[in-house]
Design a protein around this ligand. Structure first.
Ligand code: NI
Length: 638
């Protein structure tokens, strides 16, 4: 093997194809896996934070690759750490609770098993479908096996759709009432049939080829940057304006930002050590048997990073683009290159600030254009698409925006009526209410590792000597001192924010430097305490969690072993210790999302809906840090 493998340039560099190939061969040579073992993913084991922070170019380090998969012969999932530096298997753990994420190998085996099952074929035939090649089977993670399956079964469910022609939108033709429960290890299929509902004849198409015509009044809109973009890229490091960061793509989390810094008058000040989606859950609210079990974890169970699309210039992203590729591991242990998986570009975003002197018309207005740097990926997970867009602004603000689009899950309704938990999106087609709850792990490093978190509300005050006119309201700040105290929920009626501060560093006014987490007004998990959803999606019970940093606490849940995990993992377990969170190396976990009550306008394909949060400096700088943004060239002489 070549020297590149021996010497990746940085511990946070993503795996190359050669590294994945070598790691797999080292693991296979250890003779612990059977021929039936399939890989789910491979990625660099997260290096210790101290190593990364102290790393300087050229230093030696042990390159550890983590390989995760499932061995059907053993009916168990594995978690292997392989050292490329020492060419050896360091550790191989067989997982007791939870299983490796669903892979393409599982999907293919599910197809084979279900389409060969006589009971399922008969159920499909009862609905007038004799040709099973015209059935699209959608794999669904299910949380736990059926009671009559083995408790450790590699269970998955399949729901079916009529797909008469490959180009059709088969999601509009669900084969209602039919669920196939599959044990992929044992090769067992159990059919659940709730009765026939006729499949609509008419399609609900959205593809360009299926349109009768397009609106004709759209004129070209070109983005040109004749001198190129204002950012530079060196390996995985991005520099733009005063920002600097490193990025990587992780199979579970998708885009990961590392060591985000802002150059404040020559001083590169750290803000975040690491930021990423830790996991997400989509709990369904409808109680019907087709939907009541659905609560998919699209990162931990089905690998958000593997769903990353190859992005296309002028289609997904506009302007001067830099793309990063992503190398993923196939079930057979071979690497697969996903080109153009991460899009980097800059955007004009309206005005940054403006003032006109209203009393002296001779003075020109002072106005500055605002730009933002955009780092983004778009992922396909079954019927849905998620775009994760990180924005960096010239004034020190960071924004995370999730774009939700794709096709909503539907049911055919025999009586043509929608309900309060499954409103109609088209005649005879209802879509259940559900949530998309994202949990972002934000490892702050605000001017140093030791930070604290305050909850800041704005509260009206009672009438009294200090408030004779009843106009008085003020901020009330409360330090969140421990893990239990720091389990908090949104309170938009109090304008609640959570402020991360460094109590050891003060600004020119003598106050601790800080950044506030500005949450959107979204509720946490709405599923009840008796639900499997509540049990397994512990992170979604609160909008905010704070934990002291620990190397092994990387996931809000069971991470890459969330598939079929009992739920006794992640934030609820970490925080049972009620550790100190004051003036400590902190991780902030933020759960937010969309409570989606589907509309007719979401059908047949959903216009993008947005969710997200902002991180805004509060006294981190001594003044507006974007005063030095120059006026646009054609504006300064007006
Ligand atoms: Ni939705």
């Amino acid at each position: 093997m070549n020297s590149v493998i021996n010497n990746p340039t940085h511990p946070l560099d993503p795996c190359t194809a050669e590294e994945l190939t070598l790691a797999v061969s080292i693991l296979r040579d250890a003779n612990e896996l059977s021929e039936q073992a399939a890989f789910a993913c491979g990625f660099p084991a997260e290096p210790p934070k101290d190593l990364v922070l102290q790393f300087e170019a050229g230093m030696d380090f042990d390159r550890l690759i983590r390989l995760i998969g499932h061995d059907r012969a053993r009916k168990q999932s594995f978690d292997a750490h392989v050292s490329l530096t020492n060419r050896q298997l360091v550790e191989l753990n067989w997982i007791e609770d939870g299983q490796a994420p669903v892979s393409a190998a599982d999907y293919l085996r599910m197809l084979e098993l279900v389409k060969a099952d006589a009971e399922w074929v008969a159920a499909v035939s009862k609905r007038g479908i004799e040709d099973v090649s015209k059935v699209h089977l959608e794999p669904w993670v299910c949380g736990q096996p059926l009671p009559d399956m083995h408790p450790q079964a590699r269970a998955i469910r399949a729901i079916a759709f009529l797909s008469e022609r490959p180009q059709d939108n088969y999601y509009a033709k669900p084969i209602e009432g039919l669920i196939a429960h599959v044990d992929l290890d044992e090769g067992v299929v159990i059919v659940e049939d709730h009765g026939v509902v006729p499949i609509p004849q008419d399609g609900s198409e959205y593809a360009a080829a299926a349109m009768d015509g397009f609106r004709k009044d759209l004129k070209p809109l070109e983005i040109t940057q004749p001198e190129g973009p204002s950012f530079t890229v060196e390996g995985q490091v991005i520099r733009w304006q005063k920002w600097r960061m490193r990025i990587a793509v992780n199979p579970v989390e998708g885009l990961v930002l590392y060591d985000v810094r802002y150059n404040d008058n020559g001083r590169e000040r750290p803000i975040l050590y690491r930021a990423s989606l830790s996991d997400m859950v989509v709990p369904y609210g409808d109680s019907s048997p087709m939907h009541n079990w659905k609560h998919a974890f699209d990162a931990g169970e089905t690998l958000m990073g593997h769903g990353g699309n190859s992005l296309r210039l002028g289609c997904d992203c506009l302007g001067e683009i830099h793309y990063f590729d992503n190398t993923i591991l196939r079930p057979d242990g071979k690497p697969l290159l996903v080109e153009n998986a991460v899009c980097l570009h800059e955007e004009d975003f309206g005005i940054l600030w403006k003032h006109t002197n209203a009393f002296n018309p001779k003075l020109p207005p002072e106005v500055r254009r605002k730009r933002r740097l955009v780092v983004s990926m778009i992922h396909t997970v079954g019927n849905y698409e998620y775009g994760f867009f990180w924005y960096f602004y010239q004034d020190g603000t960071i924004q995370l925006e999730v774009k939700l689009t794709g096709i909503v899950g539907v049911s055919l309704v025999a009586d043509g009526q929608g309900t309060e938990s499954a409103p109609l999106v088209a005649p005879g087609i209802a879509s259940p209410v559900h949530q998309h709850l994202f949990c972002f792990r934000l490892d702050f490093n605000l001017d140093g590792q030791d930070n604290s978190v305050c909850e800041v509300d704005v509260e009206p005050q009672p009438i009294g000597p200090r408030n004779p006119n009843d106009n008085y309201f003020k901020t009330v700040s409360r330090l969140l001192r421990s893990e239990q105290e720091a389990q908090r929920d949104n309170a938009p009626e109090r304008s609640r924010v959570w402020k991360v501060i460094n109590p050891n560093v003060t600004n020119s006014m003598g106050n601790p430097v800080g950044y506030k987490l500005l949450a959107q007004a979204s509720p946490p998990l709405l599923s009840g305490k008796g639900s499997l959803h509540y049990q397994r999606a512990g992170f979604a019970r609160h909008n905010l969690w704070v934990t002291p940093y620990a190397d092994e606490e990387l996931y809000a849940d069971a991470g890459p072993f969330t598939n079929l995990h009992s739920g006794n993992a992640g934030l609820p377990v970490y925080t049972e210790q009620d550790r100190n969170t004051e003036n400590a190396d902190l991780v902030v976990w933020h759960t937010f999302g969309v409570t989606h009550v589907p509309r007719p306008e979401d059908w047949p394909i959903m216009p993008v809906e947005y969710a997200g949060f902002m991180l805004m400096p509060v006294g981190f700088f001594d003044a507006n840090p974007a005063l030095d943004v120059p006026p646009a060239s054609h504006c300064d002489s007006m």
